[in-house]
Design a protein around this ligand. Structure first.
Ligand SMILES: NC(=O)c1ccc[n+]([C@@H]2O[C@H](COP(=O)([O-])OP(=O)(O)OC[C@H]3O[C@@H](n4cnc5c(N)ncnc54)[C@H](O)[C@@H]3O)[C@@H](O)[C@H]2O)c1
Length: 342
């Protein structure tokens, strides 16, 4: 099984690529490096710097590698930015992804695995959220991801394409080796911000509301270890390889963890206090977002193995410390020398 990973230089994509390399599964990566890092991909993995909307280059890359599947992590991911710049989000996440789908079908690729999100559900009307929960995104980011889900399933119906849309809840943690890390710019995710604050590498954290209708008054989220996500993608690929049925699955743990519980875990692991201030609630933040994971367990035989909050935080702290300690700020840079042309 030969795989092309789009967006493989990003946070989740690079962890998935590492899993494929470790399993000796042939993999190539396409990424425009708009937010990804070339050095997150081992030098042995064929790499093309390209936008997924560049059909000519994508055609060439697909002809060269003839993958069984394209796994698509490429896209823009910031909810707040999507509200300010919907044009950007619909262009990159919808128009460019559609071009990718067209080229995939024309090239005869058999399977497409798409990084979707819990943001497709909008404000939950029940929890845990199962896949049949209504999809009513409340921001352009969620709407852009849902649009590609619809397109992908329609393409699966009409063309010879097997599709898995995987709706991640809150991706977190890092590769246990400490060699890969979560490196968004700007970083908007709770765990890296809390760790940086605790390690004195970032400003004090803002906790958005302590008066929610939750057990401790802070928001509850379903954090899933990035390596559990990577393994779920591999299960999805095997399922698509063996069976033509399309998949639409939540990827989470089924268990919520509050912001306050995350801060307590960061304090346990680092031995430092997390400096924080309580700010107002953010518009559009649901109090609880927790996945129902029964379908993924049933259809993939997969469930999260590393996603208890202490393991997530331990792995994230190890990778962030490695980054801060590395001479050029890149974890694992001593093991993977800079690739040519980076
Ligand atoms: N991080 C999360 O918690 C989370 C949750 C739900 C869904 N997702 C989805 O998972 C995917 C990956 O998220 P991430 O956190 O790894 O983000 P990321 O920004 O770290 O990775 C995205 C990668 O895609 C590349 N890219 C962006 N636009 C591109 C384009 N037009 N052509 C080629 N490459 C392009 C970037 O350079 C980057 O390497 C995204 O599609 C996101 O919507 C992430």
């Amino acid at each position: 099984m030969n795989v092309l990973v789009a967006g493989g230089a990003g946070y989740i994509g690079s962890h998935f690529v590492r899993l494929l390399v470790d399993q000796d599964i042939p993999v190539a990566v396409v990424d425009d490096l708009s937010s990804g890092h070339r050095r997150s991909i081992p030098d042995t993995v064929p790499f093309a710097r390209a936008d997924i909307g560049d059909s000519e280059t994508m055609r060439r890359v697909l002809a060269e590698h003839e993958p069984f599947a394209v796994v698509d992590f490429a896209g823009l991911i910031q909810v707040g930015e999507s509200v300010r710049r919907p044009d950007l989000y619909f262009r990159v996440n919808v128009a460019h992804s559609l071009r990718l789908l067209d080229v995939i079908v024309q090239a005869g690729v058999r399977a497409f695995v798409y990084s979707s999100t819990a943001a497709v559900y909008g404000d939950p009307i029940r929890t845990p959220i199962d896949e049949d929960h209504p999809t009513k995104p409340i921001n352009p980011y969620g709407a852009s991801k849902l649009a590609i889900e619809h397109a992908a399933f329609a393409y699966a119906n009409a063309f010879n394409l097997r599709v898995a849309c995987l709706r991640y809840f809150n991706a977190a943690g890092a590769h246990p080796s400490g060699e890969l890390d979560e490196r968004h710019d700007p970083e908007t995710h709770l765990i890296p911000l809390a760790i940086d604050a605790a390690l004195g590498q970032g400003p004090a954290l803002t906790v958005y509301g302590q008066d929610w209708d939750t057990p401790d008054g802070t928001c509850v989220r379903d954090f899933i270890h990035v390596m559990d996500l990577a393994e779920a993608h591999l299960h999805a690929l095997h399922a698509l390889h063996e069976d033509g049925r399309s998949l639409c699955l939540n990827l989470g743990t089924g268990t919520g963890c509050s912001v306050q519980e995350v801060l307590a875990a960061v304090e346990r692991v680092t031995g430092n206090k997390v400096p924080f201030a309580v700010g107002p609630r953010r518009a559009g933040d649901p109090p609880q977002l927790v996945a129902s994971v029964a379908r993924a367990r049933h259809q993939l035989g997969w469930s999260a193995r590393r996603s208890d909050i202490d393991t997530i935080v331990k792995d994230a702290v190890r990778a962030r410390r490695a980054r801060f300690d590395a001479p050029d700020g890149v974890p694992g840079s001593s093991r993977f020398p800079p690739p040519r042309g980076s």
